[in-house]
Design a protein around this ligand. Structure first.
Ligand SMILES: Nc1ncnc2c1ncn2[C@@H]1O[C@H](COP(=O)(O)OP(=O)(O)O)[C@@H](O)[C@H]1O
Ligand SMILES: [Mg+2]
Length: 238
């Protein structure tokens, strides 16, 4: 159990009521370990974002159970007292677009959430410096988002997600706006983070070329989750 980053049991989500009710996820089960790099691949409209938002405690499921680390956060209802605090402290988000705040410099963007969490600047500053060194972006602290390239801004979005020291990072098509080379560099960076920091990353992607970097691949099949290790996937392709 200690090695579990996230466990999902019989998770369901439908939208609407009566005749217009649509079941998107209907009985999803899976467990992810700490430090795993997981891809989520499925056709458009099949529920990837919906699943990610439930795992991130942003969207309320219809039923089921979500355990993050040792904590049951949802069991047919939210069990956490403060879901915003849970999100801020345990979960980082990266999106297709970086959503950096254009009028704040890079350092201010990356430190925004820790300061919202009322963390001490004496602790935050060295941590953010370390993350920026790690991502090879230390010389960009005082730059504005508009001065950086798409790939660089996406690295800053990773830095921002890491700044809270989350256990889990949820990334919704983080490389979709990048060319192949930059996409690979971002994915290599994400993989390194799982290996070196024990963070579990779930990444939605449409790009099959990125799958070899991942440990497991989740797909949505019949509104349920199908999970394959990278090894099984290779066998299936061959
Ligand atoms: N807030 C919502 N209200 C109603 N239907 C929604 C809502 N969000 C998503 N859906 C529906 O759920 C399905 C899955 O959507 P989504 O999770 O965005 O898919 P994906 O990310 O795989 O493209 C779609 O049919 C979409 O129309
Ligand atoms: Mg989506």
């Amino acid at each position: 159990m200690k090695n579990n980053a996230m466990k999902i049991e019989n998770l369901c989500k439908s939208f609407g009521k009566g005749d217009s009710k649509v079941d998107v996820i209907d009985g999803a089960n899976f467990t992810l370990n700490k430090g795993e790099f997981v891809a989520l691949v499925a056709p458009s409209g099949s529920g990837k974002t919906t699943l990610l938002m439930m795992l991130g405690c942003v969207l309320e499921p219809t039923s089921g159970k979500i355990t993050i680390g040792e904590e049951v956060v949802y069991d047919n209802k939210w069990l956490v007292k403060d879901d915003r605090e849970l999100r801020r402290k345990k979960i980082g988000f990266i999106f297709q677009h970086h959503y950096l705040i254009p009028f704040l410099n890079i350092e201010e963007n990356v430190t925004l959430l820790p300061y919202q969490n009322k963390e001490d600047p004496k602790v935050v500053k060295p941590r953010v410096k370390e993350i920026m060194d790690y991502l090879d972006m230390h010389d960009k602290m005082k730059s504005m988002p508009s001065e950086l390239s798409g790939g660089q801004n996406q690295r800053i979005a990773i830095a921002r997600a890491l700044a809270n020291q989350p256990d889990i990072i949820l990334a919704d098509e983080p490389t979709a706006a990048l060319d192949k080379q930059r996409a690979v560099s971002v994915v290599q960076m994400l993989k390194k983070i799982t290996r070196e920091r024990g963070v579990t990353i779930i990444m939605v992607t449409h790009d099959d070329r990125l799958l070899p970097y991942c440990d497991k691949v989740l797909t949505i099949k019949d509104k349920k989750i199908d999970i394959k290790t990278n090894e099984e996937l290779k066998d299936a392709i061959i």
